[in-house]
Design a binder for this molecule. Structure first.
Ligand SMILES: [Cu+2]
Length: 274
């Protein structure tokens, strides 16, 4: 019973559920792994939530007060007042001020995501119905990333989130992500990095992140793209520089771009021949 209580308490308190993936009964965001997400969480927890709570409580108080204070039995003759200049000025100006106050940190976060610092690693994510394809343009690497079926999951691999070929990126480096799609709209989204961008056919959107800790991070396609929209997850392994170089060495052989292209050409030739 106590264990259950601790579990429920922990999962209901945002940011205490230390995880890089969604958890059952989770409320709030996943734990941040980049400055951008830390800013978003701060903006939500210490700016939006207090303002929303205060406005809701104030409106509720006004409603209850008028219902009780001016109920028919206590207020036989109703007032005929219809205008009050001061009150009207206040209820126009105060919401304006609240919006301006909110806009400042909001734009700051937005522009920090928009301005891409000098990229140390560039990856290209291409949305397909229904999987993600990845390219490392500077490394000549290309591969597809499919969700692992439930029956084939290994231990520690979360259902509907783990993929066969994960993206690898080094920790504490600026990663630029170029995002596009091949058929319909998709969206490349990774909550822990505070990243979400639409993947639009015929157009390249750019975003970036700088992961501040190692680990395996999970995301999902976030634009309804068809019947298997829920089955094209994103897995990013953030590793140390050495581990990343090691992965690169293997990946350059396993996922070499030219080799793939040659294979396609050979298959085409064989098909033509037949
Ligand atoms: Cu999709």
């Amino acid at each position: 019973m106590f264990k259950k209580f601790v579990y429920i308490t922990l999962t209901f308190i945002p940011n205490l559920a230390f995880s890089n993936e969604p958890k059952d009964w989770q409320l709030g965001f996943q734990k941040s792994a980049s400055q951008s997400m830390t800013d978003i969480i701060w903006f939500h927890d210490y700016m939006l939530l207090p303002i929303i709570t205060a406005i809701t409580a104030f409106v509720l108080f006004l409603l209850l007060y008028t219902c009780i204070r001016y109920r028919a039995s206590k207020n036989k003759v109703a007032s005929t007042t219809s205008h009050n200049t001061l009150v009207e000025v206040i209820w126009t100006l105060v919401p304006c001020l609240i919006l301006i106050v909110m806009a400042v940190p909001s734009f700051k976060v937005l522009y920090s995501q928009d301005k891409i610092p000098k990229a140390e690693v560039t990856i290209k994510a291409i949305g397909y119905q229904w999987y993600w394809g990845y390219e490392y343009p500077d490394e000549n690497i290309i591969f597809d990333s499919y969700m692992i079926d439930e029956k084939d999951l290994k231990e520690n691999q979360p259902r509907l989130l783990a993929v066969d070929n994960a993206v690898y990126v080094p920790v504490n480096k600026v990663i630029k992500v170029m995002i596009t799609a091949n058929d319909v709209l998709h969206a490349w989204a990774l909550p822990s990095f505070g990243v979400k961008r639409d993947a639009v056919p015929g157009r390249i959107n750019e975003t970036w992140f700088k992961a501040d800790r190692t680990g395996t991070f999970y995301g999902q396609c976030s634009e309804l793209c068809g019947i298997k929209h829920a089955f094209m997850p994103i897995t990013v392994n953030v590793v140390t520089e050495e581990e990343y170089n090691q992965w690169l060495e293997n990946a350059k052989i396993k996922f070499a771009k030219h080799k793939n292209l040659n294979n396609i050409k050979i298959v085409k030739k064989i098909k033509e021949f037949n």
